[in-house]
Ligand binder design. Structure first.
Ligand code: FEO
Length: 168
């Protein structure tokens, strides 16, 4: 059985994950406007991944015999100015999500709630990948700059990303 504290935090995480999807979709919109469709694809796939994360929390709550509470969230930022700014913000956001997942894990461990510990371990591992991926792309964008051949090559590379739920 989930404690009230853990259930509340798990429910809040559904909202954080859906907010992440919206935030990344706003980033995709910036790249669409810039005609960088590969970058837009990367963030569209990222948004799908975040919805998948949200649904994992949603389903886990029901698997534990509890009920999900769906709430809203603030508008995401929309006034982006560069690819470098976006990847910097995306990395910052993933670090925030990692801290939320770590907090959830700490509560689960304090309460010795083993199903939650096992469930959350997937997210701990996932956040390592999420942060590393964003960090690498931020470095690459800094290196190639906002204009020229490099950014177009990277755009082509990012166009190939697809959503694969089992490995995400
Ligand atoms: Fe759901 Fe990008 O972490």
């Amino acid at each position: 059985m989930l404690s009230k504290k853990l259930l509340t935090k798990l429910n809040e995480q559904i909202t954080h994950e859906f907010f992440s999807a919206h935030y990344y979709l706003a980033m995709a919109a910036y790249f669409k406007k810039e005609d960088l469709d590969g970058f837009a694809n990367f963030f569209e796939v990222q948004a799908e991944e975040e919805r998948f994360h949200a649904m994992k929390f949603f389903n886990f709550i029901y698997d534990q015999g509890e009920e999900a509470v769906i709430t809203g969230f603030k508008d995401p930022k929309r006034d982006f100015e560069s690819a470098e700014e976006i990847f910097g913000l995306a990395l910052e956001h993933e670090k925030l999500v990692s801290s939320l997942i770590n907090e959830l894990m700490s509560i689960a461990q304090e309460e010795q709630h083993y199903p939650s510990i096992s469930f959350l371990q997937w997210f701990i591992d996932e956040q390592v990948e999420e942060e590393a991926g964003m960090s690498k792309l931020l470095s690459t964008v800094k290196r190639v700059g906002e204009k020229g051949h490099g950014i177009l090559m990277l755009d082509r590379e990012l166009a190939a990303r697809t959503f694969t739920p089992e490995s995400e």
